[in-house]
Design a protein around this ligand. Structure first.
Ligand code: SAM
Length: 289
């Protein structure tokens, strides 16, 4: 059991969000906290140095990234114990959200020291807020595996999820990832892509997964910039069907009575969000057995 309140004479670790593209999104509270701390821990000190210079803030910077986070924790804890405040920032957006800082926050809290968030920009929240998909429940998945097989397996594991899904993706993989979403989750699954959010060329692509993929392939900027992928969750009925509560074989049998197997599998895939290939194999099995 732990309760953390201000004012115990020891330092506070501030987790400070910075802009994801538009510098005007820097909050005045973030500026005053960064101006007041003894030291700023940053993912990339050169990158953050430019932001701080723009803001007119001159503070000692220490690097804290995935490769040295454990080693840095002790010295930061010592500074906090000595009564000095420390801020953590990342290259863009909210630290710890697909960015370093988890180990530090965990350890600082374990020491009974105060951790205080200075909230602000976060690409996933910005994308979700403008996507027009349900926000009452969502699952943030971070980055999908870089390799195709791993990515498709990961998508397959969450295709029955009814909550809205949110992913980060790199420009090199965005087209392949949207193609995989269309294949694994269904061509009609609603997708909203937020590209270069808050920047000059901010663009939102929305529609069925296959249409969004086609639009990306046609757009000369379709593999440039930063992307957030938001995907509508599975329909409840489809999710139940996939969970076996409704019978997918009955649906396939009904469709196969009227249509060729391939077409039946395609329509069943569109209705359920299940993989076309899996349904085709299942339909073949039904026909044979
Ligand atoms: N901590 C950050 C946050 O709060 O959003 C995320 C850091 S993560 C390493 C970087 C990824 O966030 C990018 O690859 C992209 O998927 C997404 N991202 C960051 N800025 C973005 C922007 N302006 N527009 C779209 N996506 C963005």
């Amino acid at each position: 059991m732990q309760v953390m309140k201000p004012g115990d004479g020891r330092g506070t670790l501030y987790i400070v969000a910075t802009p994801i593209g538009n510098l005007e999104d820097m909050s005045s509270r973030a500026v005053s906290v960064l101006s007041s701390v003894a030291v700023i821990a940053a993912e990339d000190t050169r990158h953050s140095g430019r932001l701080l210079q723009h803001l007119g803030i001159s503070k000692p910077l220490i690097a804290l990234h995935d490769h040295n986070e454990r080693g840095r924790v002790q010295s930061i804890v010592e500074q906090l114990l000595a009564g000095e405040d420390v801020a953590l920032i990342s290259d863009a957006g909210t630290p710890l959200i697909s960015d370093p800082g988890y180990v530090l926050v965990r350890e600082v809290r374990a020491e009974g020291l105060r951790v205080s968030p200075i909230p602000g920009p976060c690409a996933l929240v910005a994308a979700l807020s403008a996507a027009g998909l349900p926000t009452d429940r969502f699952l943030f998945v971070g980055f999908l595996p870089a390799k195709r097989t791993g990515r498709r397996t990961a998508l397959d594991e969450i295709r029955k999820e009814v909550a809205t899904l949110v992913f980060y993706e790199s420009p090199h993989r965005i087209q392949a990832t949207v193609a995989d979403i269309a294949d694994v989750m269904g061509a009609q699954r609603e997708v909203v892509l937020g590209r270069e959010i808050t920047k000059t060329f901010e663009t939102f692509y929305s529609g069925g997964a296959a249409d969004v993929h086609a639009a990306l392939m046609e757009d000369p900027h379709g593999n440039r910039g930063e992307f957030v992928v938001v995907v509508r969750g599975a329909e409840k009925a489809a999710s139940d069907l996939m969970a076996g509560e409704l019978n997918v074989d009955t649906l396939l049998s009904l469709l196969m009575a009227e249509l060729p197997i391939k077409k039946a599998a395609k329509i069943a895939s569109e209705l359920t969000g299940m993989s076309k290939n899996e349904l085709y194999q299942r339909a073949l099995g039904l026909k044979e057995g």
